[in-house]
Design a binder for this molecule. Structure first.
Ligand code: BGC
Length: 926
């Protein structure tokens, strides 16, 4: 009897415990990241920052405290021993950018970590899944490896260009102990692919990325424990000139300099250090040194812009495995590259993210086959062939076709973009894909193919910086959905280690104007924090001695005086990363450079106005109406000052914040005096000047309305079309919307006639064109000298689509507070559905207009709050979850503002339904 009672008691206690556990599960820390990355290896951010996302289905859920444990091994972490750091319970709602504050971090340390949090009611969550980061080689002295190279210039087979074969490098070694862990740290001046015992190491391409190699070069870290074996092993690498020694950009001076290449060095080099830890505590290092051997191999030519040629007859089977006879291989040369810093790669590496099957083959001429991939993209193709040894097939790439069906390569300019494969010819299928080149293309021309190829002969390989996808967007307008697809494809094609202007012609440079205009849009599509973290270092490394940021970064050769609207990327891009990710570290990292830039602007201006001499791109590629360079320069000067004031305040530099705020006021006053008349007319009277002035807050309150009206007039004068170029386009729709002309903004967005986004889509675009008139019916292609079909600047309208159509925006920095303000404005758009994975988790909206009713389904992530604007006739008619909104859980009515009921909500899912005010009723007939 007694035993039964005890059992019952135990069961009851267990149930109670269980209940408690279930309750504790109301909030769950997930998606642990260190410096924006999942389980990064070999970092050198010290101390690193840790972030997590809180999952919860509760409303109004938030974190009130957290505890982070960091342990030197998994067992300790499991046993809750934070021997590196036990933060203990910290009362805080901070769940992003938590700075590690434990034991000093040293080279090679592995840091296993987890976190648990306390929710709004003080209930503790379960521990998160464990995560990891490891430290890289933090001191120069950690590097035992030496830079090695093998100059293959003498083997250049190209009659016109300098395209020497790729060097192959190798070394064999023995491991006589049981291996516990093997880690390789690897870098190159140029590009590398690394192999161990026949296996390719990692999934990264175009590593270690593009830097100002005179100042710094990056290395990558890989865990290669599984690739090694007891006994004989081999390590090898293939190198390519890449950005370091290959052809880069278009360098108009190249004729004088007779090269257009080798801006940083002549010969690519490798630095690799394989560290093997054995079970018995001993360790072994295999590093690049004078004992490595080198040879040329089947890659006969390779260059990012020019293409790659591979002769399969020259393959050296087993060169990257032990036991290969390398007697005839040469000894490598040591290279002194000690002057540049070697740092851990902080960005997002280029990877293969998708394969594409061609949709059609045409034959414009005998022996010439053209594959249509159905999509313009950046990458290359994998070829499948079979035939006689020595047969050579040639692949050329293009974005467009001529009328006769032949490929249009004129717009590639000096980029040869030609790959060639020479058959091994052993009677089997041969599969080949180049390694060190990429192209921007939709069409592939194949010549020399024995017989008639089928669609399986080539496969498209999509390459780009593999930043996690962060957004989704859909609405009731098919053209706008296609536009969104085109924008994301253009971003993918151009986020290629750095933000490039285009992926096809002899340019592919990190043009700063394009980047600053597009960056905010980019954040809605991908998590680009780490990507820009890397590029901002590129930008700072090439800041001019004057303090001006360059026109493009990296800057392999000096070209133009930096232009307004371009150089301002040095302030706008760090600001955007701060704004979107709440990252104050990025401000601190670049603060000095930004200050130097502001001093430059002030120094080279007069009476708070700027009249830049030298090169100005103006409102690049605008059509009709020229906005004055002085006005643009002064507007950006003011905007920079405004952003600087905000950034200075964010890092606690209050005096600077006030100084920059005053500077902004002074520039604004000067701007108005110089360019704005009493009736609100702005000098130049272009769409861009009004859009800039309104967006950048350069007008006195009293003139805003007039400026807005004039902007609409100018649009109407063009029969409701835009005329903005790179700089105006981003601000146009937001300025219209803020001034109450959301209907005009929608009209521009959904236009299909020239010039418009829709016009390119009507003409078959699958990416964003460089120019509104890249192609015109009846006229054909624009001047091929500058005509890319894959340029993201005009895609900067994406920001408006998320902020105003989907209504998702940050309120302050970092989406801790969120604004939800959808604009069911017109052009017959009856619904919009979008999501954005903010640093706190997913924000999602779906709105629909039907029968005078507005419905909003909303998801707000835990640990954030949102202000929600519901278009409504009156607040009383609004329901949430079927109940009057005023009675809904975690929903607080704030006010009525401009025909919208404003609510404060916490995290959770909500469904609001309102009756639309008649004046704002969507006209679905247009
Ligand atoms: C690039 C642009 C860039 C511009 C400067 C062009 O050649 O492709 O995107 O911003 O030069 O005006």
């Amino acid at each position: 009897m007694m035993a039964k009672k005890i059992l019952l008691l135990v069961l009851l206690v267990m149930t109670a415990v269980n209940i408690n556990i279930t309750a504790a599960g109301s909030i769950e820390p997930t998606a642990l990241k260190c410096e924006y990355r999942v389980n990064p290896l070999g970092i050198d951010a010290n101390p690193p920052r840790l972030s997590w996302i809180l999952e919860s289905s509760d409303r109004g859920q938030k974190q009130t405290a957290y505890r982070v444990l960091v342990a030197s091994n998994e067992e300790k972490l499991k046993a809750e021993q934070g021997d590196l750091w036990d933060s203990k319970k910290i009362s805080s709602d901070q769940s992003v950018h938590v700075v590690y504050a434990g034991q000093p971090l040293r080279s090679r340390m592995r840091c296993h970590w987890k976190t648990r949090v306390w929710d709004k009611d003080g209930k503790v969550s379960a521990w998160s899944q464990p995560a990891l980061w490891s430290m890289g080689l933090l001191k120069h002295a950690d590097w035992k490896a030496k830079w090695i190279c093998f100059d293959t210039s003498a083997f250049n087979e190209d009659p016109e260009l300098h395209l020497p074969p790729s060097p192959y490098l190798r070394k064999e070694f023995k491991v006589n102990r049981k291996i516990r862990r093997a880690t390789v740290y690897v870098s190159a001046l140029g590009l590398f692919e690394l192999f161990i015992n026949g296996w390719r190491v990692g999934r990264d391409h175009f590593a270690p990325g593009w830097t100002n190699y005179r100042k710094r070069v990056y290395y990558l870290t890989y865990d290669v424990t599984d690739l090694l074996k007891d006994g004989d092993n081999a390590i090898g690498a293939i190198l390519a000139n890449g950005w370091y020694a290959g052809y880069v950009g278009f360098d108009p001076m190249h004729k004088k300099r007779a090269r257009g290449r080798a801006f940083y060095g002549q010969t690519p080099a490798l630095l690799a250090q394989l560290e093997i830890e054995c079970e018995d505590g001993k360790s072994q290092i295999v590093a690049t040194d004078e004992n490595w051997k080198a040879s040329t191999g089947p890659i006969r030519k390779t260059d990012i812009l020019m293409g790659e040629t591979y002769d399969a007859r020259l393959e050296m089977p087993g060169w990257d495995r032990p036991g290969f006879d390398d007697q005839v291989w040469k000894v490598v040369t040591l290279m002194d590259a000690a002057r540049c810093k070697i740092e851990a790669y902080p960005g997002v590496t280029v990877q293969v993210t998708q394969e594409i099957r061609p949709i059609e083959i045409t034959k414009p001429k005998e022996g010439v086959y053209v594959f249509n991939m159905g999509q313009n993209f950046a990458g290359r193709v994998r070829l499948k062939v079979k035939g006689k040894a020595g047969t050579k097939v040639v692949l050329r790439f293009a974005e467009m076709l001529h009328k006769d069906g032949s490929i249009m390569t004129e717009n590639l300019r000096r980029a040869r973009c030609t790959d060639a494969y020479i058959f091994r010819g052993n009677g089997e299928d041969e599969i080949w894909e180049p390694r060190f080149t990429y192209h921007g293309f939709q069409y592939v021309e194949l010549t020399g193919y024995p017989g008639k190829p089928d669609l399986g002969a080539i496969t498209g390989i999509v390459l780009h910086s593999a930043a996690p996808v962060a957004g989704s967007f859909e609405c009731s307008n098919a053209m706008v959905n296609k536009l969104y697809s085109n924008i994301t494809w253009t971003q993918r094609a151009n986020f290629f280690d750095i933000p490039t202007d285009c992926p096809q012609r002899d340019e592919r440079l990190g043009w700063t104007g394009d980047a600053q205009i597009y960056i905010r849009s980019a954040t809605y599509n991908m998590d680009v924090a780490a990507f820009f973290k890397k590029w901002l270092v590129n930008l700072e490394d090439d800041q001019r001695p004057s303090g001006a940021f360059p026109d493009f970064a990296p800057l392999p050769y000096l070209q133009y005086e930096p232009s307004p609207g371009w150089m301002d990327a040095g302030v706008i891009c760090p600001f955007t990363i701060y704004q979107v990710y709440g990252d104050t570290h990025v401000i601190e990292r670049h603060y000095e450079a930004m200050t130097k830039f502001m001093d430059f602007l002030l120094r080279t201006g007069k009476d708070y106005l700027r009249s830049p001499r030298g090169h100005c791109w103006g409102d690049w590629l605008s059509i009709g109406g020229r906005t004055s360079n002085d006005l643009i320069a002064t507007a950006y000067f003011a905007y920079d000052a405004k952003l600087m004031a905000e950034m200075a305040a964010a890092i606690g530099r209050m005096e600077d914040a006030q100084r920059y705020a005053r500077l902004f006021d002074n520039i604004k006053t000067a701007f108005n005096k110089a360019y704005v008349s009493a009736n609100g007319r702005i000098k130049g009277d272009t769409q861009t000047c009004y859009a800039l002035a309104l967006y950048m807050d350069l007008l006195p309150q009293a003139l805003k309305e007039k400026a807005g009206a004039r902007l609409v007039e100018l649009i109407r004068e063009r029969n409701w079309h835009l005329s903005t170029g790179f700089l105006g386009v981003k601000y146009l729709l937001p300025a219209l919307t803020e001034e109450g002309y959301v209907d005009v903004a929608f009209r521009l967005l959904t236009n299909k006639t020239y010039p418009s986004w829709g016009y390119s889509i009507e003409n078959g675009a699958t990416t964003i064109w460089e120019r509104w008139n890249s192609y015109k019916k009846g006229k054909g292609f624009q001047d091929s000298y500058m005509n890319s079909f894959n340029h993201y600047a005009f895609g900067s309208v994406c920001e408006w689509m998320f902020v105003f159509m989907a209504g998702i925006d940050t309120d302050g920095a970092g989406f801790k507070r969120i604004t939800i303000r959808p604009q069911p404005g017109g052009s017959g758009i009856t619904y919009t559905k979008a999501s954005y994975d903010s640093i706190y988790g997913r924000i999602a909206t779906y709105w629909r207009v039907r029968d005078g009713k507005f419905l909003l389904d909303l998801t707000i992530p835990a640990n954030t709050t949102a202000t929600v604007y519901i278009p409504a006739r009156d607040a009383d008619s609004i329901t949430e979850g079927g109940k009057p909104a005023s009675k809904a859980e975690a929903v607080q009515f704030l006010r009525i503002e401009d025909g919208k009921a404003v609510f404060a909500v916490g995290s959770g899912r909500y469904r609001f339904i309102s009756s639309l005010p008649t004046a704002r009723q969507v006209d679905e007939t247009k």
